[in-house]
Ligand binder design. Structure first.
Ligand SMILES: NC(=O)c1ccc[n+]([C@@H]2O[C@H](COP(=O)([O-])OP(=O)(O)OC[C@H]3O[C@@H](n4cnc5c(N)ncnc54)[C@H](O)[C@@H]3O)[C@@H](O)[C@H]2O)c1
Length: 257
């Protein structure tokens, strides 16, 4: 197998679980060096031990405004350059208009959106040096979103506009900005969240064809495979792309009545 990310240095936030973990694992297989960022020290330690010498762990809470600079410093100290930033970390808090508090709004926006912007700002000189790229992990909730995912959906919409804005502003600097909007992906967190919402233990097997026309939920590994193209040089010079990855078309879907 050709290594599609040979010697690239990739920073992935929220990489100790779920999609970020699957992506870190795939990036290493593709020949990259990966800064695994997260807040869970134990899970992070386990993952770096499993992945071996081409990874470095950085534990840093994105609710802390110094975190983006800390992550960039950690990547440069470990690997000496940065080719890509993947803004994957997010909090997924459920709330709607009547329930939402200022505290929860501010936490979601800080972690899901503000930290992503300032991580890009801190990494900008290094991305310019490598003519690198940013891959933001949004959500199909960016377009409208579930009623009970109000602040989360707003944060993902912001990430989408930020991606397009920065792509237009910084093509001239040779830096690319793309975004993937995952649909429903069976991660451990997603599984647990749905149980908390009251679904039975075997809920992924009970979903109807409206949710999973292909008969099985999409996996973090399938999502990670799609990210590799956007991180590598194969996708040059494309930028400002918003790619929805679901088992059906998100835009304009109008299920039979
Ligand atoms: N699973 C899905 O169905 C789905 C769908 C659409 C989008 N997404 C997006 O994919 C990304 C990964 O989600 P996932 O499903 O793998 O869930 P996940 O909870 O496993 O991943 C989120 C990661 O962000 C980290 N994180 C949260 N708060 C943090 C903080 N304050 N500081 C540092 N790290 C923090 C978590 O520790 C975790 O590792 C998220 O951006 C999510 O919005 C997931």
């Amino acid at each position: 197998m050709t290594m599609r990310l040979k010697d690239k240095v990739i920073v992935i936030t929220g990489a100790t679980s779920g999609i970020g973990k699957a992506l870190a694992t795939r990036c290493v297989l593709e020949g990259a060096k990966v800064l695994i960022h997260g807040i869970d020290q134990i899970a992070g330690q386990k993952l770096v031990e499993h992945l071996g010498k081409n990874v470095h762990l950085c534990i840093s809470d994105l609710n802390n405004l110094d975190s983006p600079k800390h992550i960039v410093t950690s990547a440069i100290e470990a690997f000496g350059k940065i080719d890509s930033i993947v803004n994957n970390a997010a909090v997924i808090e459920r709330n709607n208009l009547l329930e939402v508090s200022e505290k929860s709004f501010s936490k979601t926006i800080t972690i899901n959106l503000q930290s992503a912007l300032f991580l890009i700002q801190a990494a900008f000189p290094y991305l310019k040096q490598t003519q690198g790229n940013v891959l933001n992990i949004g959500s199909i909730n960016a377009y409208t979103g579930e009623a009970s995912l109000l602040t989360y959906s707003i944060s993902k919409a912001g990430l989408q506009t930020m991606t397009r804005n920065l792509a237009n502003a910084h093509g001239v600097d040779g830096i690319r900005f793309n975004l993937i909007n995952p649909g429903w992906i069976l991660t451990d967190r997603e599984y647990a969240d749905q149980i908390k919402k009251g679904l039975p233990e075997n809920w992924p097997d009970k979903l109807g064809k409206d949710n999973i026309p292909f008969g099985k939920m999409s996996t973090p590994e399938q999502l990670a495979a799609a990210c590799i193209y956007w991180l590598g040089d194969e996708s040059k010079p494309f930028t400002g792309s918003v790619v929805d990855l679901e088992q059906f078309s998100i835009i304009g879907r109008n299920p039979e009545k």
